[in-house]
Write a protein that binds this ligand. Structure first.
Ligand SMILES: [Zn+2]
Length: 171
């Protein structure tokens, strides 16, 4: 089932998401719905709060060199924790909850991630480049933060103006 994605300035996006303790079939169904929703929206990542569910769940599917997203590359990440972040990288980010807006954001270049899979089993992965960037972007959602909050005052003002105008033009 495709779930509705909430967009800025919906206040729910500021919610601090809670740890997952129940790894039952309800969670599995929710993860499947998140995947369907992300693919239908052409996203590479989605946090549960973006579909109005404040739990520490995110999914990612990084495209291959041809831009195709394969189900076997789907990562289901629950209760994530970043360890040993290293380096800096600048990348133009976008967000399904801030449609039509892209900005360069600075992130750690590499990191180790500890998390649980859909069965509650502990997992660990090492991420660099786009995967590392996407992980940090999605974990920010779980903390109630959006990438636009990382912009300088001047760029943030510019964003508010452009975004309001775009919302108005849509109506
Ligand atoms: Zn996002």
């Amino acid at each position: 089932m495709i779930l509705p994605i909430i967009t800025y300035p919906n206040k729910l996006l500021k919610t601090l998401s809670c740890d997952v303790t129940d790894f039952s079939s309800a969670l599995h169904q929710f993860l499947d719905d998140m995947h369907e929703t992300m693919m239908a929206s052409n996203g590479i990542g989605l946090a549960a709060i973006q579909v109005a569910n404040p739990i520490r769940v995110l999914i990612l599917c990084i495209p291959d060199e041809e831009g195709n997203q394969h189900k076997e590359n789907l990562l289901e990440i629950i209760n994530p924790e970043i360890c040993t972040p290293r380096g800096n990288i600048l990348y133009q980010e976008g967000c399904l909850s801030v449609p039509g807006f892209y900005e360069d954001i600075e992130r750690f270049e590499s990191l180790t991630l500890r998390y649980q899979n859909r069965h509650g089993e502990p997992c660990e992965l090492h991420a660099t480049d786009l995967l590392a960037i996407a992980i940090q972007h999605e974990i920010d959602h779980l903390e109630g933060k959006l990438f636009i909050e990382k912009l300088s005052y001047h760029r943030r003002k510019k964003f508010e103006k452009e975004y309001k105008k775009a919302q108005k033009d849509k109506k």
